[in-house]
Write a protein that binds this ligand. Structure first.
Ligand code: HEC
Length: 446
């Protein structure tokens, strides 16, 4: 056993020597970049000039600013220039600024046969020794120095920064500018340089507005009516959730919204959704739309039109919101004056409407009223629509008794359920200004 062990050791040494020689003829030994505590190529290559005293230079060229984004690969160039020389080589290492001697920063990789990477024990990186000797050195190969051309040469390779922000990273590099002809140590000028990269500033993650994300409340239509309630869907729309105090604020929880340059009145803001009242405007068609949160503005457009109708929906998203008027005082709500219209499954107080009963349905964006009701303020009373909407229950139009604004941006439609209406879930639509409310919305009829 002992013999075998010794034999193995001897075999190992014998195997290592040719590798070292091979590495030597292919490129410089590791730890010659001029990093703190490190040698440079000047240890062996001399011309009479001191370090950086020759007529040339060495540059590390980055693809952008001297920054890195964690995990995002960059192609780095090393340019050795010397008008008096013909063959060029280099070595570069990437270190954590917090530990320049042994802190390997990221990963260096060749993208052609002109460079290679060594681990800190001098073996090629492909040997996987870099897991035990983590500092890496990328440098020219013999192909690289042969490819180099008179006056200067640029090597390039990839660097993948650490996956996380590790603070500043410094590249250290040394370059040799040698005479024409076969590999030789003498008559070569040696240059060094370094450059420090800072982690790229991560900008504040501002709001984004989803495509088609500005809609009348409860609707997926992208046309809204000035003065009407709308929703904005997106991300980072607000730092947190906030609800107004009924005071029509134009800034809520640090968020503000503008429609065609005018501030909207905010009722509810959250990261994913805003509900707001559009300001009054006579403009129609596509207008600028912005959401500002945390000082960052997202821009989009929205289409304005005289009407952008949408029923307010119950929690199931399928039923129009409404009430059944109970003149006999039997209602479960409002001191007996009404019941909630909707399937009983939605909770206490909900029931289907009977034929012959008067109902009131709530909506937004039904169009102009007389008098016009200004946005951004409380309204009580009733302002009739200039042109009443065409309301269809099932497949038949119903006689509308009243349609108009009864609160800020809030419309109400009153009609009596006809005796000939169908029973069960009946579809409900209101057509105004040539535009209809949402499809597939129903109210239950007994
Ligand atoms: C320990 C001594 C030693 C060090 C350190 C050293 N070299 Fe060399 N270098 C040599 C020798 C010897 C040769 C020529 C013979 C050979 O390749 O075996 C050579 C040849 C070269 C060549 C071949 C082209 C020419 O000009 O003839 C280049 C390029 C080169 N070295 C670059 C470098 C760079 C860059 C460094 C520093 C990062 C460096 N060397 C560090 C010993 C060294």
């Amino acid at each position: 056993m002992t013999k075998n062990f010794l034999f193995t050791k001897i075999g190992l040494v014998a195997a290592v020597v040719p590798i070292l020689l091979y590495a030597y003829s292919e490129g410089p030994d590791q730890r010659h970049t001029g990093a703190p505590g490190e040698l440079t190529c000047l240890e062996c290559h001399t011309s009479g000039f001191p370090l950086n005293g020759g007529p040339g230079s060495l540059r590390i060229v980055l693809p952008g600013n001297a920054t890195y984004t964690p995990g995002v690969k960059q192609t780095i160039k090393v340019q050795v220039t010397d008008a008096t020389k013909s063959k060029f080589g280099f070595q570069l290492s990437a270190r954590l600024a917090g530990d320049v001697r042994s802190g390997q920063a990221g990963d260096l990789n060749s993208i052609d046969a002109l460079t290679q990477t060594l681990c800190d024990d001098g073996t090629p990186k492909s040997s996987d020794k870099c897991s035990r000797f983590p500092v890496q050195f990328i440098e020219h190969t013999s192909d690289g120095y042969r490819a180099s051309t008179a006056g200067g040469y640029t090597y390039q390779f990839d660097w993948t920064p650490p996956a996380t922000d590790v603070g500043n990273v410094t590249f250290y590099a040394a370059g040799v500018a040698g005479p024409p002809g076969g590999p030789i140590q003498t008559n070569a000028n040696v240059y060094t340089t370094n450059i420090t990269l800072t982690p790229a500033a991560v900008g504040p993650s501002g709001p984004t507005i989803s495509s088609g994300g500005v809609v009348p409340v409860y609707s997926s239509s992208t046309t809204i009516q000035p003065g009407s309630w709308f929703s904005v869907y997106g991300t980072n729309l607000a730092a947190s959730t906030a609800v107004w105090n009924g005071d029509f604020p134009t800034s809520l929880g640090g968020t503000s919204v503008s429609v065609n340059g005018k501030p909207a009145y905010l009722w509810f803001v959250s990261a994913g959704q805003i509900n707001a009242q559009a300001p009054d405007d006579t403009a129609t068609g596509s207008v600028p739309f912005t959401v500002t949160s945390g000082g960052v503005t997202a821009s989009s457009t929205v289409t304005l039109a005289p009407a952008g109708p949408s029923f307010l929906l119950l929690a199931d998203g399928k039923h129009a919101t409404g009430i059944i008027i109970t003149p006999n005082g039997s209602g479960s709500q409002g001191g007996g004056s009404y019941d909630l219209l909707g399937p009983a499954s939605l909770g206490a107080g909900f029931r289907p409407a009977k034929k012959g009963e008067a109902v009131a349905i709530y909506a937004v964006g039904l169009g102009p009223t007389s008098p016009a009701v200004p946005s951004g303020q409380i309204f009580s009373g009733a302002a009739r629509m200039v042109n009443a909407p065409v309301v269809t229950l099932g497949s038949a139009p119903v006689a509308v008794d009243f349609a108009g604004i009864v609160g800020a941006g809030l419309y109400q439609i009153n009609f009596v359920v006809p005796q000939n209406a169908g029973s069960g879930e009946q579809s409900l639509q209101a057509l105004t200004g040539g535009v209809s409310t949402q499809a597939n919305i129903t109210i239950p009829i007994e």
